[in-house]
Design a protein around this ligand. Structure first.
Ligand code: G3I
Length: 384
C-alpha cells in the first residue's frame, strides 16, 4: 500500500472439470479440530473459504497454528511471497518460508491465496537501487519482471488457488486533485514500464499456471467512488481485449474513523456481473485504542461500531454469490500490522493479544450461523 501517513489510508479505508484434487476434496477435519462451529466449517456450508494472513512467527507458535488450522480454510502469506522476501539477493531465491506455509496448508486441507506478483512495495533493494542509479534500464527491468513472474508462478504451480497478480495500481479518491483517476502514473512499475505492464503480468501469470485464478487486488475500492469506477472501466476494457483477469480482491482495511463503505455489496456485484470471482482479501477493522500492548477500544461505542462493520462485511460477501473467499488480515491483534502503521489505533482483528476470541469473532460466527439459507446454494468453491 502506498502509505504516506496513517490518515491517508483510512480515507477509505466452476468449473468442476479443472478443480485440483485438494480443492474438490471434502473438508476432512484435522485431528485437533474440536468444534463444528469454526469459521471454516460454517463458511463451507456456503461454499465460502474463510482465510487468514499468516506470518512465520504465527506458524512457529503452537497455539497460533492450532487456531489457523481449526478456524480457516485458506491462508495467505502476509509477506513471504513478496519479492523482497523471495529474492533478497539477485538470482538467489529464498523459497523456504513460503514453502513452509504451502506445506502447512496442504496438511490442513486449506487453499492458498498467492500474494503478490506486481506491487510497488517490498521490492528488493538490488532492484529499486539498480533502477534508481540507472544500472537496470527499461528493457532489462521488463525482462527481470517477466522472469520473476514465471519463476514464482511456476514454483508454486498447482498449489495456489488465487494469485493477487496486480496490487494497488489505481489513483486513490483523495489524490484526484493531483492525478486523474485511473492507473496511477507514479507507482514504480507503471512509471518505468507504462500502464500496459499490468495486462502483460496477467498474461505471463496465466501462461505459467493456467489453473490459478488471477486477481486484481486493491484497498479503498470497497465503496462506489472514483477509484472503483476507474477500476471497473479498466477491467471491462481488459476483459474485452482478452486479458486473463478472473477476480477482484477487495482488501477491506476498514476504520471506525470513516463510514462503512457505501454501496459495498452493489459494488462487488457489478464486478461479479462481468463474470469475475470476488474475494475479500485482507479484512480488518481498526479503531482508537488505549495502548499498542492492550489494544482496548477507547469507548464502548467504538467497539460497537467495529462489530457492526464486521457484520456488514461478511453479510455483503454472503449476499454476492460470486464472493468465494473472505480473508482476515491476521489472527490476533498482537501480530496485526495496524499498531505499527497507525499511531493510536489497533484492535483490528478477531482474536486479542492473548489469543482469546473477541466479540468481533462471535459476530462473524453468528452471521455465518444465521444468514439466509438462500446464500447456501449456488456458490462454488470458486472457479478453478
Ligand atoms: O522483516 C523485517 C525485520 O527483519 C526487521 O527487523 C523489521 C524492522 O522494521 O522489519 C521487518 O519487516 C517488516 C515486514 O512487515 C515483516 O514483518 C516491515 O518493516 C514492515 O513494513 C512490513 O509490513 C508489512 C506491510 O504489508 C508492508 O507493506 C505488513 O506486515 C503487511 O501486513 C502489509 O500487508 C499489506 C498487503 O501486503 C497489501 N495490502 C496492504 C497490507 C497492509 O499494509
Amino acid at each position: 500500500m502506498v502509505l504516506g501517513t496513517a490518515s491517508v489510508v483510512g480515507a477509505a479505508t466452476l468449473v468442476l472439470g479443472g478443480v485440483p484434487a485438494y480443492a474438490a476434496a471434502p473438508h476432512s477435519t484435522p485431528a485437533s479440530h474440536q468444534h463444528d462451529d469454526s469459521l471454516r466449517d460454517l463458511g463451507a456450508e456456503y461454499g465460502l473459504r474463510i482465510g487468514t494472513a499468516v506470518s512465520p512467527a504465527g506458524l512457529q507458535d503452537p497455539e497460533y497454528r492450532e487456531i489457523i488450522a481449526e478456524e480457516f480454510s485458506s491462508v495467505t502469506a502476509e509477506n513471504e511471497m513478496k519479492w523482497e522476501t523471495l529474492e533478497p539477493v539477485r538470482g538467489e531465491y529464498n523459497w523456504g518460508p513460503a514453502d513452509e506455509l504451502v506445506e502447512f496448508a496442504k496438511e490442513n486441507h486449506q487453499l492458498v491465496r498467492g500474494h503478490v506478483l506486481l506491487w510497488q512495495n517490498q521490492l528488493p533493494a538490488w532492484l529499486t537501487e539498480g533502477v534508481a542509479d540507472g544500472t537496470i534500464g527499461t528493457e532489462e527491468l521488463r525482462e527481470i519482471l517477466r522472469q520473476h513472474v514465471y519463476n514464482v508462478v511456476s514454483h508454486f504451480k498447482g498449489d495456489i488457488w488465487h494469485w493477487d497478480v496486480v496490487n494497488e495500481a489505481f489513483v486513490d479518491d483523495w489524490e484526484t486533485g493531483d492525478f486523474e483517476s485511473g492507473i496511477h502514473p507514479e507507482r514504480f512499475w507503471v512509471q518505468h514500464l507504462g500502464p500496459e505492464i499490468l495486462a502483460d503480468v496477467f498474461r505471463w501469470a496465466h501462461d505459467a499456471d493456467p489453473k490459478a485464478v488471477l486477481f486484481y487486488n486493491d484497498y479503498a475500492i470497497e465503496h462506489m467512488g472514483q477509484k472503483s469506477d476507474a477500476l471497473y472501466a479498466w477491467v471491462q476494457e481488459q476483459l474485452a481485449a482478452g486479458v486473463p483477469i478472473e477476480g477482484i480482491g477487495f482488501q477491506t482495511h476498514l476504520s471506525t474513523e470513516y463510514g462503512f463503505p457505501g454501496g459495498f455489496q452493489e459494488n462487488m456485484q457489478r464486478f461479479a456481473d462481468l463474470g469475475l470471482d470476488i474475494a475479500l482479501t485482507e479484512v480488518d477493522v481498526r479503531t482508537f485504542v488505549d495502548s499498542p500492548e492492550t489494544q482496548e477500544p477507547l469507548t464502548p461505542a467504538l467497539q460497537q461500531q467495529q462489530e457492526d462493520y464486521w457484520r456488514q462485511t461478511i453479510e455483503a460477501c454472503l449476499a454476492v454469490r460470486e464472493c468465494v473467499s473472505y480473508t482476515v488480515w491476521g489472527v490476533s491483534d498482537e501480530q496485526s500490522w495496524v499498531p505499527g502503521w497507525f499511531t493510536g489505533m489497533g484492535s483490528a482483528l478477531l482474536w486479542d493479544e492473548n489469543l482469546e476470541r473477541k466479540p468481533q469473532y462471535y459476530v462473524v460466527q453468528d452471521v455465518l450461523e444465521t444468514a439466509d439459507a438462500k446464500h447456501r446454494t449456488g456458490r462454488g468453491a470458486g472457479r478453478n
